[in-house]
Design a protein around this ligand. Structure first.
Ligand code: GLA
Length: 428
């Protein structure tokens, strides 16, 4: 039985018959785990039985997500990326997984993932082939949407290799419509804008936000701090254009969290977690949850940081200050009063000169202007910094290639305290 809200959305869809995204999903950025960045297209189960793209890998990750606390803090989608398919469709033209690596079939694996209280995501490609060369959905869109529904898929990542760039404007909405028509709510993740943008075509974001729950804007994340920086620089350089498209049900996607892999230090991991949360980005990990270090697990499971990411206003944050290789990013969050927001504030030190950098700027300069001020709490250390007025300085030391991340909760005006409660949207 579908939750009532989803039934209502599906009913509205049926009545309007419109091609638009009304699946009621992803009201906050999706959270989960995806295989690509960490496990790529390793199909050699003889040589790498623990790492190859296989039924075994996904069952073990499902076990870790449910038993090691990830599901409890909100990571719910387990998403199988490229290289799960057989090289050919079956005799009826239906998609089929590689038989040796997925001997029990997709429905059995999906049932297992669901039995762990998780949701099941699957990768495909709007094109002739997936990026790794497996069958794409062109020519089979309706059948493939139905196949996904019959396998209990809850989330579809639709890539854009081997596709005509202008066809995407028709094809992505058409496949979204087929997904909706199955009657099974499936989060729809698109790569439509990134392929167009990188080939000099201006993406039609008005159409994209009506079609997709999330979409990739930029290239694939790689396992390095430099790559994390290049991603945040891209989002900062385009922030005026990109930020307005984010909101409940539709999100910009800067790609996976690589925390716990080879490339990021502990401080850099905090930085990725903080910046992705301020950017209202999906929190989709790609790492080995079976062997991840305790310090990385703690960063990924930091509830206060996750609460910023999942803030119900769904407003994407921006870079508001840059000097001496130090940046400040802010995101408006709840509670709200009299047109004043609370904020998440991230001070990012990109410097590498070996000692914590002292940052000191007035709140006003960072755009925090609530006359009654804010209560400041650092979210990784749990240290409160008291109440600061707009004229006060935020004065902190930040490790090299690291962050301090604050929740700055606005203070109510003294005379209004009894009459105007701070507004927390329902469900907060
Ligand atoms: C593209 C996508 C990646 C991943 C690979 C799989 O590069 O951007 O996220 O899905 O394809 O081949």
């Amino acid at each position: 039985m579908l939750p009532r809200i989803q039934q209502l959305f599906l009913l509205l869809l049926g009545v309007s018959g419109a091609i638009c995204l009304e699946n009621g999903l992803a009201r906050t950025p999706p959270m989960g785990w995806m295989s690509w960045e960490r496990f790529r297209c390793n199909t050699d189960c003889m040589a790498y039985p623990d790492e190859c793209i296989s039924d075994k890998l996904f069952r073990e990750i499902a076990d870790a997500m449910s038993s090691d606390g990830y599901a409890d803090v909100g990571y719910e989608y387990l998403i199988i990326d490229d290289c799960w398919l057989a090289h050919n469709r079956d005799a009826n033209g239906k998609l089929q997984p590689d038989a040796s690596r997925f001997p029990n079939g997709m429905l059995d694996l999906s049932d297992y993932i669901h039995s762990k209280g998780l949701k099941f995501g699957l990768y495909e490609d709007y094109g002739n082939f997936t990026c790794a060369g497996y069958p794409g959905i062109i020519g089979h869109m309706e059948d493939d949407a139905n196949t996904f529904a019959s396998w209990g898929v809850d989330y579809v990542k639709l890539d854009g290799c081997y596709a005509h760039l202008h066809d995407m404007d028709i094809g992505y909405p058409a496949f979204g419509d087929y997904l909706n028509r199955t009657g099974r709510p499936m989060v729809y993740s698109c790569s439509w804008p990134v392929y167009q943008e990188f080939n000099g075509i201006k993406p039609d974001y008005e159409a994209i936000i009506k079609t997709c729950n999330l979409w990739r804007n930029y290239g694939d994340i790689q396992d390095s701090w430099n790559d994390v920086l290049s991603i945040i620089d891209y989002y900062a350089s385009k922030q005026d254009e990109i930020i307005p498209h984010a909101g409940p049900g539709h999100w910009n996607d800067p790609d996976m969290l690589i925390i716990g892999n080879y490339g990021l230090s502990k401080d850099q991991s905090k930085a990725q977690m903080a910046l992705w949360s301020v950017m209202a980005s999906p929190l989709i990990m790609s790492n080995d949850l079976r062997s991840i270090g305790a310090e990385f697990k703690a960063i990924l499971q930091n509830k206060k940081v996750i609460a910023v990411n999942q803030d119900p206003l769904g407003m994407q944050g921006r870079r508001v200050y840059q000097s001496d290789s130090v940046e400040v990013w802010t995101r408006p969050i709840t509670p709200v009063q009299d047109g004043q927001y609370s904020y998440a504030v991230v001070v990012l030190n990109r410097r590498t000169d070996g000692t914590p950098y002292r940052f000191s700027q007035s709140l006003q300069k960072l755009g925090l202007t609530n006359p009654a001020g804010y209560a400041f709490e650092e979210l990784f250390d749990g240290v409160t910094h008291g109440e600061l007025l707009p004229s006060d300085n935020l004065d902190v030391r930040v490790n090299p290639s690291g962050v301090k991340m604050f929740r700055a909760e606005l203070k109510a005006k003294a005379e209004d305290t009894n009459h105007r409660p701070l507004i927390f949207p329902v469900g907060y």
